[in-house]
Design a protein around this ligand. Structure first.
Ligand code: GLN
Length: 484
């Protein structure tokens, strides 16, 4: 059962081949057996999962099941889950039990999905390797001494290792796409505002967006269908109808215009990764698509702009973790200032502290114009680059990540090198566009992701373009040998 996609599980549940309870038990058993090697889960909610599974089976018996009813999934531990620890990968929230469900959790619950547990992640979603988690790193199921990518590394590893057929993730600068690429699965970051951020712990609010991670584009379509939609509780949620993502999958690709940004194929791109991407493009030409060279001239400014904007926003968002209202509080504070400073020093890890410091500096009087304002101007230039490109092409393609998964420990003490892992993903968040990563092959036994970037609200098209490739290739069906 564990090797089936969500679409196949959904069909099996509908046909009565197995019950949700049987399926849930099988996956919980796999988690128990395999997760000690991977550390993909922070919390496993076995009892809750079985109760949800039984409720899903009863709902199905009443003839009220939808496509996700009884399908087990995992949630990134950044989404608040009522009555369940929601740690955000941080010591400061280690004992925080959320008092309500995030909209995404609520919607997937309403669709009948079963929550297996909460997945490991970089602390407050800051990182590209899952090594900043208070709960320790996650391992890549393809090679246990390699990182799974980050920050949604637990979700990516759980799906790749067949511990869950799908999971939620969040992407502020690449955190759905990059781990999807490094673990050989499919993930989509929707257009900013498509999926509600309510109850999703904020990192950089103008960039954060939740989305699905699964093995195939079809499965992502099924999950996104339940996750997307207007939410009056999120002021940046967009009130716009949600299309039928699955219905759009079968559209043929003849005449599709694919833009290839020259900046995404130059220096810094590993040659083995480039070769896999070239093969994928050949496959797309075979499907009737045409490729055109384009330029996104401000790409090189994306990382510097992001590393001003994201820390600035996080320094403000993380001010709420003060030892008074939420989470960790230091022992025997001398006075209020001591309570604040020691609680935060003990509760936050090094990378989070680094970003709070950078962000506070960038926002301070006298520096605001030089850093934050400048970064916002660059952000506009980057959006304009994409706007010009989408006047000419339907979709942009390139690598998701410049390299395959690197070794644990390799970059953790070198933040700048780590930040470069997101060189192809970050501009998409700055512009608020949708982006998808799908498995396109392997280099040295490690997965390579192909990135598709679409115009605003083109999730439908991206899923279609990914699905058509997955009809011709089987990269998304490959399982890491140790977890097959
Ligand atoms: N790696 C980037 C960062 O550390 C992006 C993380 C994310 O998308 N949440 O900020």
């Amino acid at each position: 059962m564990h090797d089936k996609t969500i679409a196949q599980l959904s069909a099996g549940l509908a046909a009565g081949t197995f019950s949700s309870e049987e399926l849930t038990r099988a996956l919980l058993a796999r988690i128990e057996r395999f997760d000690p090697q991977l550390n993909a889960f922070i919390t496993v909610t076995a009892e809750r999962a079985l109760a949800q599974a039984r409720a899903a089976d009863a709902r199905r018996a009443r003839g009220e099941a939808g496509p996700l009813t009884g399908v087990p999934i995992a949630h990134k531990d950044i989404f608040c889950t009522d009555g369940v620890r929601t740690s955000c990968g941080s010591r400061i929230l280690d004992r925080f039990i959320a008092p309500y469900n995030a909209t995404v959790v609520e919607k997937l619950d309403a669709a009948g999905a079963v929550m297996l547990g909460k997945t490991n992640m970089d602390e407050f979603a800051m990182g590209s390797s899952n090594e900043t988690s208070f709960y320790g790193p996650v391992r890549n199921p393809w090679q246990l001494d390699a990182v799974p990518g980050g920050s949604s590394g637990g979700s990516a590893a759980a799906v790749a290792a067949r511990l869950a057929p799908g999971a939620t993730g969040t992407d502020t600068g690449g955190s759905i796409r990059q781990p999807a690429a490094l673990c050989g699965i499919t993930g989509i970051k929707p257009t900013y505002g498509r999926v509600s951020r309510w109850g999703m712990i904020a990192y950089a609010s103008s960039l954060d967006q939740g989305g699905p991670m699964a093995r195939s584009a079809e499965d992502c379509a099924l999950l996104l269908q339940a996750m997307a939609g207007f939410d009056p509780r999120d002021s940046t949620s967009v009130d716009r109808p949600v299309p039928d993502y699955r219905a759009a999958l079968t559209q043929p690709l003849a005449g599709l215009k694919i833009g290839l940004p020259q900046e995404y194929f130059g220096e810094g791109l590993d040659s083995a990764v480039a070769a896999v991407v070239e093969d994928a493009l050949t496959e797309y030409r075979r499907l009737g698509a045409e490729t055109v060279a384009i330029s996104l001239p401000n790409s090189r400014l994306a990382i510097p702009a992001y590393y001003v904007i994201a820390p600035a926003e996080c320094s403000s968002n993380l001010a709420r973790f003060d030892g008074v209202r939420y989470g960790h509080r230091c022992e025997n504070p001398r006075d209020l200032l001591d309570l604040y400073t020691r609680s935060r020093a003990e509760g936050f890890g090094a990378e989070v502290q680094r970003r709070i410091l950078v962000g506070t500096f960038a926002l301070s009087a006298g520096y605001y114009d030089a850093y934050y304002l400048k970064a916002q101007q660059i952000r506009r230039l980057i959006s304009d680059d994409f706007r010009r490109a989408f006047a000419e092409v339907d979709v942009i393609m390139g690598p998701t990540s410049p390299t395959v998964a690197f070794k644990l420990g390799e970059k953790v003490n070198d933040p700048i090198t780590m930040y470069l892992s997101d060189i192809y993903t970050i501009a998409v968040n700055l512009a608020g566009l949708p982006g998808l990563s799908l498995p396109a092959g392997f280099a040295d036994g490690l997965a390579v992701g192909l990135q598709l970037i679409g115009d605003y609200f083109a999730e439908e098209r991206l899923l279609n373009v990914a699905h058509q490739y997955q009809q011709l290739t089987d990269w998304h069906q490959r399982a890491p040998a140790a977890f097959a």
